[in-house]
Design a protein. Structure first.
Length: 520
């Protein structure tokens, strides 16, 4: 058969396969009385994203609103059906109570092609569990305290650079990205990236490429698994080859240098090397035990089992995901916070007052330990992450047939489920003033009144964000370094309301957020 014949046959097969999948999914929804959004053949409900006018977070929020008041409901990404979980108690089942059915994310990665794409975020089943147990020990408060001086150094540099920006408007989105790049560079790679000094350095460029949108990856998301040959043929990979080579070479060189020169630095590479050499006990702390026990009980196991060989590829993959997951999330969090503080001078003054009071009354100045006493700052950061959650939706996959509690509905194995974080965070049922920046959403009383699992900026359960403590620390240090010494105002160059970038999985501003600052 000639080439054209093959193409026609492939298209007919794809067409029939899609038709069969749609029919089966719709029959399942109809038979079980599950509400769903009416799909368009072939594209399902994804047209608003494909036409590029909807960021993924906004798209999921709008579906969350349309699917009110259902506890769970269906929608289609191309011909693949998804189940959106809207009800907080059902979310608790998916994320914690019945976690054993939902421990994986529905991201089809091929480890042979994506050497560093195969990491803690994308790994599945026992392999993920074994690695998560190992890495849990690198994110305790004890380890954060060891890394605090490295982060503080970047904060000091940020203050210094801001001091040169008082004469004209500057883009806080760009400045925050340079600060978090320096922080993750020094903590995850043991490298001073000098992004605050040089905005065009290589790390910044790599950071931009990490979450680059590619149509073919969106389409790949419609499949449970992609055979290696298909992924290679269509060049479907989640990490660009140039990014992969860059990270593997950096980690390889750094590890070699440290081994040869006996260098230790209390950063992630050090911790990964001690995990490899089984010398982690020198860092052991009480919290490590607590975190580990909680994790094991949540995943229903008594002991940590299995082994992962800490090769350079494995270390590079983890450092890469610490960079990928930690850089953009924290820098957008910081940019949106500064935007809101510039818009709300009263809140800005209150934040500054709390920071100054605590630091000035502590003989050692700013320390890791006084961060936790900053209760108003915590409320403000929490509100920032409510209004602008970096990940607007969370994705998991049902790994065994699962009966939805109090129903007879059996969710079939391999069904992807999503938790609409941005929708929940904007639901007036749970947040009194969803459209406003209102830190009082996070007073003790307001938190106590709200159902659990309605505020999920870091996800939850055993598969929640492993870097939460680190992310909060770097956002807080960045905020303190700026607010203590400068007063911020919005520049007329910023157009409001802020539009979100369309081609991005992370909720981030489309164009610059321009501010003006003056030294206090
Ligand atoms: C403000 C900052 C951050 C936000 C808002 C954030 C948010 C999230 C969210 C929503 C998830 C998915 C959770 C789930 O599925 O339940 C996640 C996973 C993850 N995050 Fe973060 N993150 C932040 C910072 C960081 C940092 C600094 C690191 C590393 C240094 C990091 C590393 C990871 C990793 C490795 C995962 C996957 C964990 C696993 O699957 O076991 N994140 N993050």
């Amino acid at each position: 058969m000639d080439f054209l014949g093959n193409v026609v046959l492939a298209l007919i097969t794809l067409f029939l396969f899609s038709y069969w999948r749609f029919k089966k999914a719709r029959e399942f929804f109809d038979k079980n009385g599950v509400a769903y959004l009416k799909p368009t053949f072939l594209v399902g409900n994804i047209a608003p994203v494909l036409l590029m006018n909807k960021p993924m977070a906004v798209y999921h929020k709008e579906m969350y609103e349309k699917l009110h008041p259902h506890k769970h409901a269906g929608y289609f990404l191309f011909n693949r059906s998804f189940l959106m979980i809207r009800d907080p108690d059902l979310i608790r089942h998916i994320m914690v109570k019945d976690f054993k059915y939902f421990h994986d994310r529905s991201i089809p990665i091929n480890p042979k092609i994506d050497r560093i794409g195969h990491n803690l975020l994308t790994m599945k089943g026992d392999e993920w569990k074994t690695l998560r147990v190992k890495l849990t020990s690198t994110f305790t408060s004890g380890k954060m305290k060891l890394m605090f001086p490295l982060v503080q150094e970047c904060g000091n540099k940020l203050t210094q650079v801001l001091g040169t920006m008082t004469s004209e408007a500057f883009n806080i989105k760009d400045l925050s990205a340079r600060y978090t790049c320096d922080v993750i560079g020094t903590c995850a790679f043991g490298i001073e990236t000098h992004s605050l000094d040089d905005p065009n350095n290589e790390f910044q460029e790599m950071g931009k490429r990490v979450f680059r949108f590619r149509y073919r990856n969106l389409i790949a998301g419609a499949f449970t698994k992609l055979p290696e040959s298909v992924a290679r043929f269509f060049n479907i990979r989640f990490v660009d080859e140039s990014v992969q080579d860059f990270f593997i070479s950096i980690i390889g060189n750094t590890v070699k240098f440290r081994e040869e020169n006996k260098v230790t630095r209390n950063d992630f590479i050090d911790l990964l090397m001690s995990l490899r050499d089984q010398t982690m006990s020198k860092y052991n702390d009480h919290q490590e035990q607590e975190d580990l026990e909680r994790f094991l009980s949540q995943v229903g196991e008594k002991h940590a089992k299995g082994q992962i060989d800490m090769t350079i590829d494995v270390m590079a993959a983890q450092c890469f995901i610490f960079f990928g997951a930690g850089f953009e999330t924290s820098s957008t969090a910081l940019s949106f916070l500064l935007l809101e503080l510039a818009l709300h001078q009263d809140i800005q003054d209150k934040v500054r007052e709390e920071i100054n009071t605590l630091i000035n009354s502590n003989p050692e100045g700013l320390t890791y330990d006084i961060l936790k006493d900053m209760t108003y700052v915590d409320m403000v950061i929490a509100e920032g992450l409510r209004k602008y959650p970096a990940l607007g939706f969370i994705i998991r996959e049902c790994t065994e047939d699962y009966i939805i509690p109090d129903t007879k509905i059996v969710v079939p194995k391999n069904t992807p489920v999503t938790v609409p974080v941005y929708g929940l965070h904007n639901d007036p049922q749970y947040f009194e003033k969803p459209d406003e920046f209102y830190p009082e959403h996070f007073t003790k009383e307001a938190i106590a009144k709200r159902p659990h699992y309605t505020y999920l900026p870091f996800g939850d359960g055993p598969r929640g964000c492993i870097g939460e403590r680190f992310g909060k620390m770097q956002v807080k240090v960045g905020l303190i370094s700026m607010i203590r010494n400068f007063k911020f105002q919005l520049s007329p160059k910023t157009s409001l309301p802020i539009k979100f970038q369309q081609h991005f999985i992370i909720l981030k501003p489309k164009s610059g957020i321009w501010l003006k600052c003056e030294k206090i």
